[in-house]
Design a protein around this ligand. Structure first.
Ligand code: NAD
Ligand code: IPM
Ligand code: MN
Length: 365
C-alpha cells in the first residue's frame, strides 16, 4: 500500500488538484492501492497556521511515497519577507525530502504546434528532458543576507556552492534517464566565469565517462538559452544547476505552447528498480489571474500524476494509459482557454477532466 500526500496550495492549485483527484480515483478503480491524505501548503498554510508549511506536514511528506502538489503563492502574500513567503513551502519540501533531481520534460504535442510562438518546423516532435539540480546551489547555500552595511548602504548577497557529490548524483540521474531516451546529455554551466561552473563541468565529465554509451556535451548557460529558442531539437537531456534549470525549463516550456500542459517530478535519485520517493507538480504557478474561474488547464497536474504512477507507484501501465488518454483528448480538439483555437469554444477545468476520464473509460472498455 503506497501513501500519497496531496497538497493543493493556492490560486488555481485547489482547482486543478480537485480534478486530478478524480483521475486518482480512476487509478484506484483500476487497481492502484494507495492511502490518500491531504494537507495545507503555501499561502493557505500561512493563513491557517502562520507558516508556509507546518513541520507535521513535512513529517507526513517524509512518511509518504509521493506528494502531489498543486501550486503556491499569490498577491495576498507578496508583501511577506522572503523566508515567510508561500514559495518557501515548496523549497522546504524539496530539501527535507532530498528531492535533488527535478525532472522537467518539455514535450510538444503535434496537435498544438500552432500554440507555440516558434515556427512549427522547429518544434515538431520536440521532446526535451531538463534535469535540474534542486536542493543545493544558490537557492540554499549560505551565507546569504539582505542587510545594511557599515556605511549605511543596503547590500544583499547570495552564495552559489556545490560539492562534487551534489553534482555527481544529479548527473548520474540524467545519464541513467538518457539511456531510456536518445542517449544524449548536454551539461549546462558557466565554467568560463564561475568556480562552481568549473567544478560542475569537471564532475559532469567524470560521470559521463561512467556512461560511454551515452553521448555527452557541455554548453554555457547563455548559449543554451539561445540554442533552446534557435534549434531546440538538438537537445535530448539537459542537466544543470538549480538556478539555470529554473530559467531554462520555463524557456523550454514556452516552446511547447502552454505552461498548462507540462508536468514535473522531483526525485531523490532513481532508487531500487527505478522507483523513488517523489514530489509531483505542474511546472506552472498558482495563476492568480485566472484563479476561481474554473478555466485552468488541469493537464499539467494530471500528467504529473502520470509521472507519479510511473516513478513512485510502479504502475507504468496506468501511466501509459493516462498519457495516451491526454494525447487523445488534446488531439480531438478539446481545449481549455490557454490552448484554445480562435473561434472554437473552450472548455472548463472540469470538462477537460471529464474528457480525459471518458478517454480512459474507452481504453478500458
Ligand atoms: P504562473 O505560472 O502562475 O502564471 C503564468 C501565466 O500562465 C499566467 O497568465 C497564468 O494564467 C498562466 N497559467 C499558468 N498555469 C495555467 C494553467 N494550468 N492553465 C491555464 N493558464 C495557466 O506564474 P506567475 O504568474 O509568475 O506566478 C504566480 C504565483 O505562482 C507567484 O506567487 C509565484 O511565486 C508562484 N509560483 C509557484 C510555483 C509553484 O508552486 N511550484 C511555480 C511558479 C510560480
Ligand atoms: C519552480 C518555481 C520555484 C523555483 C519557486 C516557486 C520557489 O519557480 O518550481 O520553478 O524557483 O524553484
Ligand atoms: Mn520556476
Amino acid at each position: 500500500m503506497f501513501k500519497l500526500l496531496v497538497l493543493p496550495g493556492d490560486g488555481i492549485g485547489p482547482e486543478i488538484i480537485r480534478e486530478t483527484l478524480r483521475v486518482v480515483d480512476w487509478a484506484r478503480n483500476a487497481g492502484l492501492r494507495i492511502e490518500l491524505s491531504e494537507a495545507l501548503a503555501g499561502g493557505a498554510s500561512i493563513d491557517a497556521v502562520g507558516a508556509p508549511i507546518a513541520e507535521d506536514v513535512v513529517d507526513q511528506a517524509l512518511a509518504s511515497d509521493a506528494v502531489l502538489f498543486g501550486a503556491v503563492g499569490g498577491p495576498k502574500w507578496d508583501h511577506l519577507p522572503r523566508a515567510q513567503r508561500p514559495e518557501m513551502g515548496i523549497l522546504r519540501l524539496r530539501q527535507a525530502l532530498d528531492l535533488y533531481a527535478n525532472l522537467r520534460p518539455a514535450v510538444c504535442f503535434d496537435e498544438l504546434l500552432d500554440a507555440s510562438a516558434l515556427k512549427p518546423d522547429l518544434i515538431r516532435g520536440l521532446d526535451i528532458l531538463i534535469v535540474r539540480e534542486a536542493t543545493a546551489g544558490v537557492y540554499f547555500s549560505l551565507p546569504r543576507a539582505n542587510e545594511v552595511d557599515a556605511d549605511g548602504q543596503r547590500r544583499a548577497y547570495d552564495t552559489q556552492a556545490y560539492t562534487e557529490a551534489e553534482i555527481a548524483r544529479v548527473c548520474r540521474t540524467a545519464f541513467a534517464l538518457a539511456r531510456t531516451r536518445q542517449r544524449r546529455v548536454c551539461s549546462v554551466d558557466k565554467a568560463n566565469v564561475m568556480e562552481t561552473g568549473a567544478l560542475w563541468r569537471a564532475v559532469a565529465s567524470e560521470v559521463a565517462a561512467e556512461y560511454p554509451d551515452v553521448e555527452s556535451s557541455h554548453m554555457y548557460a547563455d548559449n543554451c538559452a539561445m540554442q533552446l529558442v534557435r534549434r531546440p531539437d538538438q537537445f535530448d537531456v539537459i542537466v544543470t544547476d538549480n538556478l539555470f534549470g529554473d530559467i531554462l525549463s520555463d524557456a523550454a516550456a514556452a516552446l511547447t505552447g502552454s505552461l498548462g500542459l507540462l508536468p514535473s517530478a522531483s526525485l531523490s535519485g532513481l532508487g531500487q528498480g527505478g522507483r523513488s520517493r517523489g514530489l509531483y507538480e505542474p511546472i506552472h504557478g498558482s495563476a492568480p489571474d485566472i484563479a476561481g474561474q474554473g478555466v485552468a488547464n488541469p493537464i499539467a497536474t494530471i500528467l504529473s500524476f502520470a509521472l507519479c504512477l510511473r516513478w513512485s507507484f510502479d504502475r507504468a501501465d496506468l501511466a501509459d494509459a493516462l498519457e495516451r488518454a491526454v494525447r487523445q483528448v488534446v488531439s480531438s480538439g478539446v481545449r481549455t482557454p490557454d490552448i484554445a483555437h480562435p473561434g472554437v469554444a473552450a472548455v472548463s477545468t472540469l470538462q477537460m477532466t471529464d474528457a480525459v476520464l471518458a478517454a480512459l473509460d474507452a481504453q478500458f472498455a
